[in-house]
Design a protein around this ligand. Sequence first.
Ligand code: HPA
Length: 269
Amino acid sequence: MAGDKMIKIGIIGGTGVYDPKILDHVHQVETMTPYGAVSYKVGDFEGKSIAFIPRHGSKHSIAPHLINYRANIWAMKKIGVRRILATAAVGSLHLPMKLGDFVLVDQFIDFTKNRISTFHEGGKRGVVHVDLTNPYCDSLRDKLLTVGKDIGLEIHGRGTYICTEGPRFETPAEIAMFAKFGGHLVGMTNVPEVVLAREAEICYGTIAMVTNFAAGVSPNPLTYGEVIKIMNQNTENLKMLLMNTIKNIDIEADCNCQHALAEYGGFKI
Ligand code: HPA
C-alpha cells in the first residue's frame, strides 16, 4: 500500500455516506491540525491511495454547524491531498432537479451565520481575500459530468447551492426567498468547506444528490428519514460515479485551484 505521503485524492462523505465502500485495505489514521485532531480512513482504489472523512462523523453525530471544517481541510492538505470529491444531500428548489438526481454544483450563496470560513484571521497567517469567481473546480466538474452521463445517471452540470446554518430545515418562506435569489438546491455544509478548500489550494468538487423537495416545494413536512431513504437508494450510483471519476483523474495534473493564493505567496501549512 502507498504511504500516507502519496495520498492525492480525498473524499468527504456527507449524509448517508459514512463508509469508504469503494476502497481496499482501509485503515484508520489520526492526524493533528492547529484546529484539533482529525480521524480519517485511508484505502486504495485502482492503485491510488485515497483519504476519506465522513463529514458528520461515522455515526452522523456532528451537526452541520459544529463540523470542524478547518481541521478537516487542513488535515487533507497536510497529508498531500490535491483534489477533494465531496458528497452532499440536498433539498431541491427547482423542479427539474428531481429526487435521486445528481447535481454538480457550480455556485453557492452563503446563508450560514456562525462559521469561520478562513484560515487567515490576521496575525502570523495574515489576511487573504480569495477569489471565488468559480468556487468549484471546473475540471473536476467536467470529469464528473462526463462520467455521470456515460454511466447513464440523471445528472445536472450546474446548480446554485444555498447553504443554511441548520440543523433545522427551512421554512417555506425562506425557500421561496432562496428561489427568487436564484438558488436551485439547499443544504447545510458546502460553506465553508468549499471556501477553505480553495484557500488551501485544493481542487474541490461537490456531488449533490437530491434527497427531497425543499420545504413548501413539497406539500408534505420534511423528515430526515426520507433524506436517508433516497440517499440509500442511490448509493450504488454514487459509488459508480466516484469510482469511474477517480479512475479518470490524473493525480499529478496541475489546476488553477492549486494556485489560488499565488498573489499571497501560496497557502502555508
Ligand atoms: N434543506 C437543508 N438541507 C438538506 C435538505 C433540505 O431540504 N435536504 C438534505 N439536506
